[in-house]
Design a protein around this ligand. Structure first.
Ligand code: SF4
Length: 330
C-alpha cells in the first residue's frame, strides 16, 4: 500500500470539507470493500477520511417510514426488530449476502457504494474500462458467466454485486446525501447507473458527496407478509449472486393487489421489474401468471458467450421466488 493521510472527524461538515480539499481522498466506513481494493492496488488514495465517528448510525421510525443511518451496520439493519417485522425483504436480502463477520463491519452506505466483482476489474493485468477508462473490457470476450443481461454497453457488462441494493430497489428507498453544495435526496432507481460510455461511474453521487441515510417509505411496509429473497449462487454462502430475486406481494382475497419485484446479478444496477409488477396487479396467485410475469420481465435480455444459462435461470428464479412468497411452493 502507498502512504496516505488519515483523519477521523466527528462532524459531518468537517468530513465533507476534508474530502473537498483532497481530490484523491476517500471516505472510509466499514472498509470491507475499500481496504481490499487498496491492498490490490486498485485504489491508491492520498487521504482517507474515516467517518466512523460521525453521528450517522441511528435506525429510527419516522412518520413517513423508517430512517436508517448510513453507518448502521448490515447486521444492525437485518436484526432490527421493526425492520424484520415491517420490511422483512430487506433483512432477508442482507442476510443472504457476505458472511456474519462482514455484515458486522459493512455499513449501509458502503453497501450502496459496493463495486462490481467482475474478475477483470480486480486483475490489473487485464483491460477494464471501469478501472482504467479507455483500456477496453476484458469480460466482453472473456469469461463472462457472472455478467449482465440487461442495460449493458459495449464498454462494460458488469453487474452490481449487492443483495441489499436489490431489496432497497423493490422497497423504493430514498438515499440522502450531502456535500459542499448541501443535502439532496435520490430515489434508489436514480442512484446506481447503467454503464453507458462511463462505466467508471457506478452511481450518480457527485464528487465529495457523502451518503448520510436511507429512508424506506411507510407504503413499502404494507409488503411485509408475502416476501421472498431468492439468491442463486455457485455455493450456498459467501458467494455473489448469479441471479437473485426480491419479491414482495400484497394479497387480498387470493388476488395480488400490488407487487414489488427486483433482480440482482443481471445489471449494472439493481433491476426493478416494473412491467412484471404491473402485469401481476389484479391477477390470481397461479403458476401460469407467475410464468407470464417472468416472461415479461425478461424482455430485452441479452446474454454473452458464457452467461446464456442466465436466460433460463433468471425467469425460473422469478417464478420460484413468487411461488415461495405466496406459498405455492415451500
Ligand atoms: Fe471492467 Fe466492466 Fe468489462 Fe468487467 S465488464 S472488465 S468491470 S469494463
Amino acid at each position: 500500500m502507498n502512504q496516505f493521510q488519515y483523519t477521523r472527524p466527528a462532524e459531518t461538515a468537517v468530513a465533507i470539507k476534508s474530502l473537498a480539499k483532497e481530490p484523491n481522498g476517500y471516505f472510509l466506513a466499514g472498509g470491507t470493500n475499500l481496504v481490499d481494493m487498496m491492498k490490490m492496488g486498485l485504489v491508491v488514495p492520498d487521504k482517507l477520511i474515516d467517518i466512523n465517528r460521525l453521528p450517522l448510525k441511528k435506525i429510527e421510525r419516522t412518520p413517513t417510514g423508517i430512517h436508517i443511518g448510513a453507518l448502521a451496520s448490515n447486521s444492525e439493519v437485518a436484526e432490527h426488530a421493526y425492520i424484520k417485522a415491517q420490511y422483512p425483504l430487506l433483512a432477508l436480502a442482507i442476510n443472504a449476502g457476505a458472511s456474519p463477520q462482514l455484515r458486522n463491519m459493512a455499513t449501509v452506505g458502503g453497501n450502496l457504494m459496493q463495486r462490481t466483482r467482475c474478475p477483470y476489474f480486480f486483475d490489473t493485468a487485464m483491460p477494464c474500462n471501469k478501472r482504467t477508462p479507455g483500456s477496453g473490457c476484458g469480460a466482453l470476450q472473456g469469461i463472462n458467466r457472472m455478467h449482465a443481461l440487461f442495460g449493458a454497453s459495449d464498454k462494460c457488462i458488469a453487474v452490481n454485486p449487492s443483495d441489499m441494493n436489490v431489496a432497497m430497489a423493490a422497497l423504493d428507498a430514498t438515499i440522502h446525501v450531502t456535500g459542499v453544495k448541501g443535502p439532496r435526496a435520490i430515489n434508489i432507481g436514480d442512484f446506481h447507473r447503467l454503464p453507458g460510455d462511463h462505466p467508471e461511474l457506478d452511481n450518480t453521487l457527485q464528487k465529495g458527496e457523502l451518503i448520510t441515510s436511507v429512508d424506506l417509505p411507510a407504503a413499502s411496509s404494507a409488503y411485509n407478509k408475502h416476501v421472498y429473497y431468492l439468491k442463486i449462487r455457485d455455493r450456498t454462502s459467501y458467494a455473489f449472486a448469479l441471479v437473485s430475486v426480491a419479491a414482495a406481494l400484497h394479497i387480498e382475497n387470493n388476488t395480488i393487489t400490488g407487487a414489488r419485484l427486483a433482480m440482482g446479478g443481471v445489471a449494472h444496477k439493481p433491476w426493478r421489474l416494473t412491467a412484471a409488477e404491473i402485469f401481476l396487479k389484479g391477477k390470481a396467485i397461479t403458476e401460469d401468471n407467475f410464468k407470464q410475469a417472468a416472461q415479461i420481465a425478461m424482455q430485452g435480455a441479452k446474454a454473452y458467450e458464457y452467461n446464456k444459462f442466465k436466460l433460463k435461470l433468471a425467469p425460473n428464479a422469478i417464478v420460484q421466488s413468487l411461488k415461495l412468497a405466496t406459498g405455492l411452493a415451500s
